[in-house]
Design a protein around this ligand. Sequence first.
Ligand SMILES: [Zn+2]
Length: 281
Amino acid sequence: MSASRVFGEDAARLGEAALELTSLEDEVLALARRELPTGAYLDSHVHLGRDVDGHELTGDQLVSDLDRCEVARAVCFAPNDPGEDGAFRAANDLVLAAASAHPDRIVPFARVDPGRGAEAEISRMAGHGARGLKLHPVAQRFRPESEESVAATRAATELGWPIVIHAGFGARRLARPIAELAESVPGAVLILAHAGRGDAAGLADLARRHEGIWFDTSLATLVDVVGLPPARLLFGSDRPYGEHASALQLVALARHLAGWTDDEARAVLERNAAGLIGDAP
Ligand SMILES: [Zn+2]
């Protein structure tokens, strides 16, 4: 018994099944790696902390996941844990603490509710080294094209931050709202989570007209990922709701089906995200 977590679950909780699942996870990882070029993979979608729905992940747990799955770094933001005032302050501080404990593994993003002190929280987080923003229009119940959302997006864009926006799973069709947001904030870099699930074709069409529209592969469908250009795609796991073995296998299958070159696959796994968070090339 080697791993303490299997497919993202606590191995101890899985009992006797853990051993078998661990070797299955090894097999999935090996299959994925066979299809993918080596590199310093960057997971662009991880939640650290404790969601009000009970999902939970600590920085130390994440780093052991990353080690097991040979992923170099992860972009991390808070789960849905807005706190009493709804401003995400405590949840954001937890992400910062994990990033300062693992500065070479964790890239901190801020999460805000556009209707609750967002601009103050964005500038506070910028002062602490955050490098991007996460918005969740479904959990925080706002429209992406609303005045508050535009203001938060503008504040992040002025800092040079990319903005991860939840798409799919309860979201309405997003191509038009996201087009409005993109037009209201020229220069904004908008990363649609879950490959724009639910409106991927409309959003892919929008991406052809707007160079600031990107997508992550976290908990996406294979068909959606295959239909998107690798130059606009970022590998993501959505830990702790998703896990790395399946996330890497999804990218491997998409690469196989879409025929991405090694260079295109490396862009998805690492280079696109590194560029958006401002790593030196
Ligand atoms: Zn997520």
